[in-house]
Design a protein around this ligand. Structure first.
Ligand SMILES: C[S@@+](CC[C@H](N)C(=O)[O-])C[C@H]1O[C@@H](n2cnc3c(N)ncnc32)[C@H](O)[C@@H]1O
Length: 249
């Protein structure tokens, strides 16, 4: 049996049902490359009473069979920070399990994809999600900018690259600079220093911060809580605007 379990965003957001399953599990993995666990692993292990093995990208995406072979005979739990299916890679894991006739169960939890509503922006008015990658010299990545264009009046959520194993997190400042750079090249008049943005840091934790303001003012802020997302609001309803004003810098 393979359980894919969302841990939510905070340190102790694991659900009661998930806790029960984890306590009976033979093996527990924590996927730690698409999103970092923002709590103490030691504490979580103590609550569950079991050792948790960290699963890196190679194990999950290349050596998938190592997990699946165990799940054929044992109860295997695969923890994902946030919601179980909000990173594309986990759908693939379940698909492979299904192909091998391994029973699966999915337990959902809060995700950054819904937690951003704490900014006051309506989830119903978001467009396609974009991811901003760390830049590799010589590579031009325009997809995030194209998605911003495509989203028109809808809000655009930008997920920012991270490498939790190396404690590397893209800052919202880097994300803004990334968009300014593409704008300079493309000249589509989609983004400028005057563009109003929202930044959310470490949502769902005690360190969380939400800031709203112009890009040129936001880049001056030093934000040490990670991970972070950048949102470019589209057309605002007056209630959204009123709510956002409470985060104005
Ligand atoms: C690929 S997504 C994974 C989402 C996760 N599985 C979930 O459901 O929340 C990871 C990205 O989401 C954003 N993110 C994740 N957790 C966050 C948090 N608590 N606060 C702000 N941004 C977060 C960061 O931009 C990070 O790079």
């Amino acid at each position: 049996m393979l359980y894919i379990i969302g841990l939510g965003l905070g340190e102790q957001d694991i659900s009661l049902r998930a806790l029960e399953i984890a306590r009976k599990a033979d093996r527990i993995y924590l996927e730690n490359y698409t999103s970092p666990f923002l709590g103490s692993l030691k504490k979580l292990q103590k609550i569950i009473g079991k050792k948790i093995l960290l699963a890196d990208r190679d194990l999950v995406e290349i050596n998938t069979d190592e997990i699946l072979q165990k799940a054929k005979k044992q109860r295997v739990v695969f923890f994902v920070v946030g919601d179980a299916f909000s990173a594309t890679t986990h759908v693939d894991l379940v698909l492979r399990a299904k192909e091998q006739k391994i029973k699966t169960e999915i337990l959902h939890n809060a995700s950054i994809l819904t937690a951003v509503a704490e900014s006051g922006l309506s989830l119903y008015k978001f467009g396609k999600i974009a991811s901003i990658p760390f830049l590799v010299k010589g590579w031009l990545v325009d997809t995030p900018y194209d998605i911003l264009k495509e989203n028109k009046n809808a809000h655009t959520l930008f997920l920012l690259d991270l490498r939790p194993e190396e404690k590397m997190f893209m800052t919202s400042k880097q994300a803004i600079e990334f968009l300014l750079e593409v704008e300079k090249r493309r000249g589509g008049r989609l983004f400028s220093e005057e563009t109003v943005c929202v930044i959310c840091c470490a949502l769902g934790t005690k360190k969380q911060k939400i800031l709203y303001g112009k890009a040129k003012d936001l880049v001056k802020k030093t934000l040490r809580a990670f991970p972070q997302v950048l949102i470019i609001p589209g057309k605002l309803h007056f209630v959204e605007k009123e709510f956002l004003e409470t985060f104005k810098i």
